[in-house]
Each structure stands twice: as structure tokens, then as C-alpha cells.
Design a binder for this molecule. Structure first.
Ligand SMILES: [Ca+2]
Ligand SMILES: [Ca+2]
Length: 196
């Protein structure tokens, strides 16, 4: 038998290139499908700024509805003779706005921002929207805030207080915030507030 080196025939090359083209088309369409789901970096930065701003507003409030809002003389959950709020903090089941707190500028404690499992418009939570000037910067951003009671007393590690009595709820609050940018992916944040 006579052997000789042979290259690709024209037909083989055309078939090979066609297969390559089909394969590349598949990869390309996969990339195109992925594109809308990737996080837009600008939106991501805006989401982080929004979270920082909201946390600034939330954490500047009192620890609890039953805290001393004026001068911080006493803390809820403390026993002080003659104190009308003696030994009481809001029960975790009742976290949320208290009586008459219909707008965020009336919120006076951390858990008033608890959205009770609902996504709300970011502008509805920001203070600036309450004086007739809606903040267009965060239009279409949605926010979900969950406030839970936590116990820092066990060696620093926080643990959820499952059966939270009014006394036990006085230790700490965890504020989980999820932000959903328009056409984006949810981004999660967490902050803590002690009873001070
Ligand atoms: Ca309140
Ligand atoms: Ca409250």
C-alpha cells in the first residue's frame, strides 16, 4: 500500500467551518440570553447608596417605641421605679409602625421600618419624599425590610430570640434590607442596633 500525507479536502474544510459556525452561534445566543440577568454596575452602586441612606435614617431612630425619645435617660426593658414604660419593649410580633405613624417622617423607632414581608417603593421610605419632593434618583427601586429581635448576650454571636417576651426583646434588633433595582437582581444588606 502506498501511503502519502494528505491535508483536508475543500469539502471537509467547508463542513468543519459550518460545524464551528453552528457551535459559535449556540454559545453566542447563550451569552445574549445571559446579558439581561447580569447586574448593571451603576444600579448596584445606586442600590448600595440607597441602603446606606436608609440605614442612616433607620439607625438614627430610637431603639424602640418604648425608649426614652427625648434624652435617652432610660432604655426600654429596664426597671426604674416611677418609669411609665418600666420593664417593657415592643414585642417582636408587633414590630412595625405604631399608632398614628403613617409616614416615615413620623417613625420614631428602628422597627417602624419593618415592611412586614412586603416590597415597597424606595421613595415611600425615604424622608425626602415626605415633604412633597419625591426623590427621582431611586424611582422604581423596591425595598424589603425585616426587623427581628436578636440576643447578643451569648458570647457575641447573635441568635434569634424565638419566644420574645417584652423584657427579652430589649437586647438587640437586626435589620435586614433587600433592594431590588429596576430590571436588576436583588441585593441584600444587614445591620444591627443595640438598645442604647
Ligand atoms: Ca414607633
Ligand atoms: Ca415600632
Amino acid at each position: 500500500m502506498h501511503h502519502h500525507k494528505r491535508g483536508f479536502t475543500l469539502i471537509e474544510m467547508i463542513v468543519g467551518m459550518s460545524l464551528m459556525a453552528i457551535a459559535l452561534t449556540g454559545v453566542l445566543s447563550m451569552l445574549i440570553n445571559l446579558a439581561p440577568h447580569t447586574i448593571d454596575p451603576v444600579r448596584q452602586v445606586q442600590a448600595a447608596q440607597l441602603a446606606q441612606r436608609l440605614y442612616g435614617e433607620i439607625l438614627s431612630r430610637s431603639f424602640d417605641e418604648y425608649s426614652d425619645h427625648s434624652n435617652g435617660k432610660y432604655r426600654c426593658g429596664e426597671t426604674i421605679t416611677g418609669d411609665p414604660y418600666d420593664d417593657k419593649c415592643t414585642h417582636a410580633d408587633l414590630y412595625g409602625p405604631d399608632g398614628g405613624e403613617t409616614s416615615p417622617y413620623l417613625y420614631n423607632d428602628v422597627d417602624d421600618y419593618h415592611t412586614k414581608g412586603l416590597w415597597v417603593e424606595a421613595n415611600d421610605l425615604l424622608q425626602s419624599s415626605l415633604h412633597g419632593t419625591p426623590d427621582e434618583e431611586y424611582r422604581q427601586f423596591k425595598v424589603l425590610i425585616t426587623v427581628t429581635s436578636v440576643d447578643f448576650s451569648s458570647g457575641g454571636a447573635e441568635s434569634f430570640i424565638t419566644a420574645c417576651s417584652e423584657k427579652k426583646c430589649s437586647i438587640g434588633k437586626r435589620i435586614d434590607m433587600s433592594i431590588l433595582p429596576p430590571r436588576g437582581t436583588q441585593i441584600d444588606f444587614t445591620a444591627f442596633r443595640g438598645n442604647y
